[in-house]
Design a protein around this ligand. Structure first.
Ligand SMILES: C[S@@+](CC[C@H](N)C(=O)[O-])C[C@H]1O[C@@H](n2cnc3c(N)ncnc32)[C@H](O)[C@@H]1O
Length: 243
């Protein structure tokens, strides 16, 4: 039950709904469908072979940044966001690209510290197969690039995070009820070629701050924005019940 295909939605110019062909194994289907928030980061230099856990920034190709990103995507205080996932596209040497997918509802043995997450990623990059494989509980790895992965998650409402985008607090079209995927760059940003790909899928370009932030800081702000909307809605419903 190791190999999965996340899904296989094909984009169309009109964003019309295309019948869904689920290819992943039955056991995983429900959990993948239960995801509400995916955060995808492009690791332009991130290592695609076993890296040194004592040198995440340098020979790891800023693997420290990817680990913080995953931590902020999945963890809250003493808990985990079961309906969130991280995807890292690793584009560093020697065997780019590779993709790692961490599912909040399935991960086990993950702690929020960088070294722990790096240990799990180190195991994930050892795998070089074309199909997704669960390399440790809740962590999937595949020799896939941005294009393939975007296509697989294209039933999510995709939002490209960019400093000059529309202010998220003015964006009425982003609702916590939707299945949302946010695409971000790393310390280098997003290369033109990747940006062109992202723009084929993204419904919106959104900014979360007047400042250029680190990717994991953006994740925190987005979670906070969506959490607040969700709780406001919950409180409204609760008030109505009490009237
Ligand atoms: C450290 S920033 C990239 C900075 C890089 N030097 C550049 O010029 O593109 C990492 C990523 O976080 C996201 N980001 C940073 N600040 C943002 C903001 N204020 N609004 C939206 N996204 C932001 C973007 O996706 C960016 O590629």
């Amino acid at each position: 039950m190791d190999i999965i295909q996340l899904n296989s939605f094909k984009p169309t110019n009109e964003h019309t709904i295309v019948p869904r062909r689920i290819q992943f194994k039955q056991e995983l289907k429900q959990e993948l469908e239960s995801l509400k928030r995916i955060f995808l980061i492009i690791g332009n230099k991130a290592s695609t072979t076993e890296f040194n856990l004592n040198d995440l920034p340098s020979s790891g190709g800023r693997m420290d940044l990817i680990c913080r990103f995953i931590a902020q995507t999945l963890f809250i205080s003493h808990g985990i966001r079961r309906n969130s996932a991280s995807i890292a596209i690793l584009k560093g040497e020697p065997d780019p690209p590779k993709a790692v997918f961490a599912h909040g509802g399935k991960v086990r043995y993950m702690a929020p510290d960088e070294r722990n997450i790096a240990g799990l990623l180190r195991k994930a990059v050892k795998y070089g197969g074309k199909e997704w494989k669960e390399v440790s509980p809740g962590i999937f790895s595949a020799k896939k690039g941005l294009n393939e992965v975007l296509e697989e998650i294209s039933d999510f409402y995709m939002v490209y995070l960019r400093e000059d985008g529309e202010d998220i607090s003015h964006t009425l079209s982003i609702s916590p009820k939707d299945k949302l995927a946010f695409i971000l760059g790393d310390h280098v940003g997003v290369e033109k070629e990747d940006e062109n790909l992202i723009l084929r899928y993204a419904e919106k370009i959104v900014s979360v701050s007047p400042l250029s932030l680190q990717a994991d800081q953006c994740v925190v702000l987005i979670h906070n924005f969506l959490d607040r909307l969700e709780f406001e809605e919950f409180e409204e419903k609760d008030k109505l019940k009490r009237i």
